[in-house]
Design a binder for this molecule. Structure first.
Ligand SMILES: Nc1ncnc2c1ncn2[C@@H]1O[C@H](COP(=O)(O)OP(=O)(O)OP(=O)(O)O)[C@@H](O)[C@H]1O
Ligand SMILES: [Mg+2]
Length: 352
């Protein structure tokens, strides 16, 4: 299984990204939660509109599925501007970027997704465009090459990244505003689910929303996906309503448990607890025990298990926390948790 598959993966296929458009909030007022970011953006955009100038360049950082693309589109909508969309990997040559930049109209929003993956020469071209609204396009090769300066209309760059740590210092410094998106609380996801259900025309009860929200790993994308799966179940096998009973039954079919763990997540914890008495055990041993590649265990399962306070990475290996034993319905042995740091579930702060 790759990290791009699975019902509780935060990554989306192209088809899913298309499906997401219908429930995507269009304006800042519809964007759920993230109050700090919303407030700051509201001020930034209103301030700029008051002055009649494009706002500072905006960097949106945070894990997948938390609303970066959504916010980029909202920025353009609030400004009443057109948005041009591209991505770091799509800009292979600086000429590609120069063509985009010089075709922008005054006040346009340029959205560069996965901006940490932009090629170096293009990145340098972007610096001068962001700072001075001009680019030097080099024509020709070798000693005869000449740089032709071209003007770029004042625009706003919105960059998105899931890996802000990979951005270069000069790149980061050129953004006047940096927004970090955090994981959502279950209560926020309930609000989000009620909104999505209304748009999709699916009846949902409060306890149904609570049930789905609790399994969504703090991520709007996962919440919306689970909602679609529960809707299928409710329509095919029940009365069409997303309530607690239908949500539980549907997500049992899909092997997603109360905390949002899937089959592999649970296999990892079960192996730790049952075969290694809670650990510590090395990553490769643990991977063999569940029949997966170490990379998969480390990159697909562990981030969420750690965030949920169910697994700890220690210098001596992986350890199941006390909460993990309880989650599996086992009684933890007493006095074995000195080796592991205390389990502090930290579901809502995003580390990038
Ligand atoms: N605050 C929010 N309110 C309502 N819906 C949201 C919110 N944030 C995200 N969503 C929904 O979650 C889905 C995923 O959001 P989005 O595509 O913006 O995530 P992303 O951060 O760009 O992810 P990726 O890093 O994979 O590109 C969208 O369908 C969007 O409708
Ligand atoms: Mg996106």
């Amino acid at each position: 299984m790759s990290e791009h598959e699975g019902l509780v993966s935060a990554y989306a296929s192209d088809a899913e990204r298309d499906a997401e458009v219908s429930v995507r909030p269009k304006r800042l007022a519809e964007f759920i939660a993230q109050h700090r970011v919303r407030d700051q953006l509201d001020l930034l955009l209103r301030g700029a509109m008051g002055r009649g100038a494009p706002p500072d360049h905006i960097l949106l950082s945070g894990p997948p599925g938390l609303g970066k693309t959504t916010l980029a589109n909202i920025v353009a909508a609030e400004l009443g501007s057109s948005i041009r969309v591209t991505s770091g990997p799509a800009i292979e040559r600086s000429g590609d970027l120069a063509a985009i930049l010089t075709s922008l109209a005054e006040g346009d929003v340029l959205f560069i997704d996965e901006i940490h993956r932009i090629a170096k020469p293009a990145e340098e071209l972007l610096y001068s465009a962001m700072e001075d609204f001009r680019v030097d396009v080099v024509v020709g090769k070798g000693p005869g090459a000449t740089a032709i300066p071209l003007d770029v209309e004042p625009f706003t760059l919105v960059g998105a990244t899931t890996r802000s740590g990979l951005l270069t210092g000069p790149m980061r410094d050129r953004f006047g505003f940096v927004a970090h998106l955090d994981f959502y609380s279950p209560a926020d996801l309930e609000t989000l689910l009620h909104r999505s259900a209304r748009i999709l025309g699916v009846p949902i009860t409060d306890d149904g929303a609570t049930e789905v929200a609790g399994r969504s790993r703090g991520t709007p994308r996962i919440a919306n996906r689970l909602l679609r799966r529960v809707r299928d179940f409710a329509e095919v096998r029940a009365d069409g309503v997303v309530n607690r009973e239908n949500a539980r039954a549907a997500l049992a079919v899909y092997d997603v448990d109360e905390r949002g763990l899937d089959r592999l997540d649970r296999a990892v914890l079960t192996a730790l607890v049952d075969s290694f008495r809670g650990g510590p055990v090395g990553l490769s041993t643990l991977a063999v025990a569940v029949g997966e590649q170490p990379d998969t265990v480390e990159e697909v399962c562990e981030p969420f298990l750690v965030r949920a306070g169910l697994l700890a990475r220690t210098p001596r290996g992986r350890v199941a926390t006390e909460a993990a034993w309880h989650h599996l319905g086992r009684t933890p042995p007493t006095g074995t948790f000195g080796a592991a740091p205390p389990a502090t579930p930290d579901l809502f702060s995003a580390e990038t």
